[in-house]
Design a binder for this molecule. Structure first.
Ligand code: NAD
Length: 473
């Protein structure tokens, strides 16, 4: 099929690449000139494992191109994906202006056109947006002509940043929502290579076809929000219990293992830590709450889930304060800055809030991130955090380190050597990804989230010039 993907960010670009590897002819469209120039030059503007390689391969086949001309792209495609951003408004509602702009532009591009086409919403949009997009396309095309024969389909995306391409080739399910059975059939044909696991990247060891869920428009839109709200709930649930574990001497990782083996519960998303961030969970939970409130339903559970999550970021600072009651004049090193490992995405990253709070309390904040510290520029979002080129440079002169993102390479750090660089050996493991026994053996006072320090690890061990009880300058 001939496909246009409007918006080539994390979702649009990954979708465009995987659709091309399914055998479709794809044109990616973006209105960001810089991004477009990079893509036309064959370079991925974002970091995702395997993306650059698969982008190069797809472009090499001639089945994937990029340009800025939406009208031409829409005119030559039978299926048009909308994959633009839907960030949060200050009210918490989803900002769907970019979706509206694209829907109207599709209408204008198709004025007078008689070829049947599908417009597919891949962006996460509030319930009812599908019908609104249909209306915008029709009105965009107006000018006296009959409305173009366009059908809107909702096809929400569930990929996880950090493994976006793998998820795109191997989704747990494909959700398609439309009130038109013929449109659903066309979409099923479009995804057939994936459903039957017959395209690059598909894990053929997994049994059976990929499950396909066909629904009406509103239900498909709701499924996306329901999934993210449930994931956020699981994380906040385990984080609340982790706070209790801290008090009663239980270990939250053992508790999570113990309940996670129950098939009704499942172990995934039960890792206690700093909590959820990123470009999806926070905005989707708040958009769902906003929709509920606007319909007179008060989402008490989601409000609590959000509250617990905000507390987790403050909890990290409180844990630091237990060992270093006065943070003014201290130097704190953040290990990992992106909102999760294996991505470059800093949107709603907990590191930003934690750094802001530490700076407010008078600390100096340094940061090492396995992605950003190795780029030739330090992004504006990190301007208040001092750039460190390595974990060793980060440790130098620090009063404490905080693991904010569980990049796998942190497990392999030489903690004894890091400790020698530090003012004092204190680590708050905000992701429970380090081995407390190893850290304690290296002379560290280690604090996890809902985990107790191993024996003999109860007091921070000072090096040459440091002292845990130093008072503020
Ligand atoms: P993004 O900000 O990375 O990408 C959006 C892209 O759309 C940008 O490149 C932007 O330049 C482009 N764009 C905006 N307006 C445009 C226009 N008028 N014409 C052409 N291009 C335009 O966003 P994202 O993270 O890819 O998210 C896109 C959507 O997918 C959102 O609704 C999001 O909620 C949803 N989603 C995201 C993820 C994720 O992990 N990032 C996962 C599932 C769903």
């Amino acid at each position: 099929m001939r496909i246009a993907v409007i918006g080539t960010g994390y979702v649009g670009l990954v979708s465009a690449v995987s659709l091309a590897h399914m055998g479709h002819t794809v044109v990616g469209v973006d209105n960001n000139a810089e991004k477009l120039a990079q893509l036309q030059g064959g370079k991925s503007p974002i970091y995702e494992p395997g993306l650059q390689e698969d982008l190069t391969l797809a472009m090499g086949t001639g089945r994937l191109q990029f340009h800025g001309n939406l009208v031409a792209a829409v005119g030559s495609s039978t299926v048009i994906f909308i994959a633009v951003g839907t960030p949060p408004l200050p009210s918490g509602a989803s900002d769907t202006r970019a979706v509206a702009t694209v829907a109207s532009a599709i209408g204008v591009a198709l004025a007078g056109d008689r070829q049947p086409r599908l417009v597919v919403n891949k962006s996460t949009v509030p319930m009812g947006t599908g019908a609104w997009v249909q209306d915008l396309v029709t009105r965009g095309a107006a000018a006296g002509s009959a409305p173009p024969p366009v059908t809107v389909v909702s096809n929400p995306e569930f990929l996880r940043e950090g493994q976006a391409l793998r998820d795109s080739y191997n989704p747990d399910r494909i959700v398609l929502g439309s009130d038109d059975p013929a449109a659903l059939l066309t979409m099923e044909q479009l995804y057939a290579p994936l459903i039957k696991r017959r395209c690059r990247g598909c894990d053929i060891s997994r049994p059976g076809p990929i499950p396909l869920i066909k629904t009406d428009l509103a239900s498909a839109e709701m499924i996306k929000y329901a999934a993210n709200a449930f994931l956020a709930t699981k994380v906040s649930f385990i984080n609340e219990l982790a706070q209790l574990c801290d008090c009663v001497g239980a270990d939250i990782t053992l508790v999570a293992d113990g309940i996670g083996l129950d098939k009704r519960i499942g172990r995934a998303f039960l890792d206690a830590g700093i909590g959820w961030g990123g470009s999806c969970l926070p905005k989707d939970v708040s958009a769902l709450m906003h929709t509920a409130n606007s319909r007179g339903i008060h989402p008490r559970l989601l409000a609590a889930v959000t509250g617990v999550n905000q507390d987790q970021r403050r909890l990290v600072v409180r844990k630091l304060q237990q060992a270093l009651p006065v943070l003014q004049g201290r130097t704190i090193g953040l290990l990992g800055l992106t909102f999760k490992p294996n991505t470059d995405d800093l949107r709603e990253a907990p590191a930003l809030d934690i750094a802001a709070e530490l700076i407010r309390l008078g600390a100096t904040v340094k940061g090492f991130d396995p992605y950003w510290s190795r780029q030739d520029h330090w992004p504006k979002a990190l301007a208040s955090i001092q750039h460190c080129a390595s974990a060793m440079a980060l440790a130098k002169g620090c009063d404490a380190l905080v693991v904010v993102t569980e990049w796998p390479e942190f497990k392999l750090l030489d903690w004894a050597q890091l400790g020698r660089e530090m003012h004092q050996r204190l680590v708050v493991d905000g992701r429970n990804c380090l081995d407390g026994v190893v850290l304690t053996a290296a002379g560290f006072h280690w604090q996890g989230m809902g985990r107790n320090p191993p024996p003999h690890g109860s007091a921070p061990s000072s090096t040459a010039s440091g002292s845990a009880s130093r008072s503020a300058p």
